[in-house]
Design a binder for this molecule. Structure first.
Ligand code: SAM
Length: 305
């Protein structure tokens, strides 16, 4: 187990070192923070690794500084040198700062908050969101970058299956070769609607979702089928801490988000939609046949004569 953890820590560091300023998520987060129109902003990057991502966000947002929190010793040893960043080497769940933040970011971190079973894992992830709510100033932003896995039968089925498989230590090597950097430890991904329900419970209002233009879009059928999944994607989800009745609601321009993703259609609706699409195609084929059929017969008849 210790060796698996070590291996995944090294992979996290390598991965973070490769983050570029034009990554869609850096740009999106910077755009949202600039939209707050504050001269100074202080945020918290939970599980922020070596601080590279926070550094790139600060580069793009004037007046921005961040506290980067991570429990990995390797991340601390390789932490970037930047006066705008404060490193907190602590477990998120025991972090008790005196201050509150303008924004809290979880970048590909929430799915690492796991225990050895489903129920406690769900409770832990919920606790993480509750804590984020307490750490935010009124009107503060919660920014979540996650890999979302959408299920066909039971919206959250792919996440459950991935958790069950990635936790297994006896197939750790095989699972790692298939691409899971936390093989033997486990990860618990969720669908977009599952996260939205959990966020809603903590009095957050969802504002926007921007998806990665590349990640997860091309998913081969052989990978999709075993998870009975309709798709996966990576996105930056923006939620805002709702103000309590006696607090003043700061002005904010809501951005667009996909309601179809937040409220996935039921199986019946999907079947009806597929049927409608298929019958539409069939009508086109029949129309083309009706038009070209007599023409072909006439041409054949004429050429025979
Ligand atoms: C997938 S990495 C993401 C790192 C960084 N956010 C990035 O995208 O480059 C997950 C990080 O979360 C950290 N982490 C996991 N659980 C944590 C916890 N309970 N408290 C603090 N950090 C944690 C790990 O040490 C690791 O650096």
């Amino acid at each position: 187990m210790a060796e698996a953890k070590n291996q995944s820590e090294h992979m996290f560091v390598e991965w973070a070192q490769g983050i570029q300023s034009d990554n869609y998520d850096v740009e999106r987060v910077a755009e949202l923070l600039k939209g707050l129109e504050r001269e100074e902003l202080h945020g918290l990057d939970v599980g922020g690794g070596i601080g590279r991502y926070a550094q790139l966000v600060c580069d793009q947002v004037p007046g921005c500084s961040m506290t980067v929190l991570d429990k990995s010793e390797l991340a601390i040893e390789t932490f970037v040198d930047d006066p705008r960043l404060e490193l907190m080497s602590v477990d998120y769940f025991s972090f008790e700062p005196a201050q509150r933040y303008d924004f809290v970011i979880f970048k590909t971190v929430l799915h690492h908050f796991i225990t050895d079973n489903e129920a406690d894992t769900a409770a832990l992830q919920q606790r993480a969101l509750k804590k984020a709510r307490q750490l935010l100033r009124p009107g503060g932003l919660l920014l979540i970058e996650e890999n979302f896995y959408q299920g066909v039968m039971g919206d959250d089925l792919p996440g459950r299956l991935i958790f069950a498989v990635t936790r297994q230590r006896w197939i750790e090597d095989v699972v790692r070769r298939l691409g899971a950097n936390t093989a033997g430890e486990g990860v618990r991904f969720k669908s977009l609607s599952s996260w939205s329900k959990m966020i809603g419970k903590e009095n957050f209002a969802l504002r926007s979702l921007v998806c990665s233009p590349t990640w997860g879009r091309k998913w081969p059928l052989w990978q999709r089928l075993p998870l009975i999944s309709s798709g996966r994607f990576q996105g930056v989800l923006e939620a805002r801490a709702k103000a309590a009745p006696n607090e003043q609601q700061p002005s904010y321009t809501p951005s667009r988000y996909s309601s179809a993703l937040f409220n996935p259609p039921s199986i019946l609706e999907r079947v009806r939609h597929s049927w409608e699409k298929a019958s539409q195609k069939l009508r086109w084929v029949l129309a083309v046949c009706a038009l070209t059929g007599p023409l072909t017969i006439t041409t054949c008849a004429l050429s025979e004569a």
